[in-house]
Design a protein around this ligand. Structure first.
Ligand SMILES: [Zn+2]
Length: 84
C-alpha cells in the first residue's frame, strides 16, 4: 500500500500515513484541524516553500530549525482567527 506524507499548513505537523487507493485523502490536521497538504517528497516539495507560508517565512520561519510550541498557536491565530 502507498504511504502518503502530509504536512499541516498551520501547525507544522508532519506525518505519514498508509492508505489504500480507495481511501480518501486526508484534508484535516489531526492536531489542529487545519488544512493539510500532501507532501510529495519525490519532487522535493515541502510545505515551507509552498503557498502563503512562503511570505511569512522571512519573518517567522527563516531561523526556525526546531518546532516551537508557541509558533503553531501564533500561526493559527493569524491565519484563522476564531471569534468565540
Ligand atoms: Zn495542524
Amino acid at each position: 500500500m502507498p504511504t502518503y506524507q502530509y504536512a499541516c499548513s498551520t501547525c507544522s505537523n508532519e506525518f505519514e500515513i498508509v492508505q489504500t487507493f480507495a481511501e480518501k485523502s486526508l484534508t484535516e490536521c489531526p492536531e489542529c484541524k487545519s488544512e493539510l497538504r500532501k507532501v510529495f517528497s519525490a519532487v522535493g516539495v515541502v510545505f515551507k516553500g509552498a503557498g502563503f507560508y512562503k511570505n511569512d517565512s522571512n519573518k517567522k520561519a527563516v531561523k526556525k530549525s526546531t518546532p516551537e510550541p508557541v509558533a503553531p498557536k501564533a500561526a493559527a491565530t493569524a491565519l484563522a482567527p476564531k471569534a468565540d
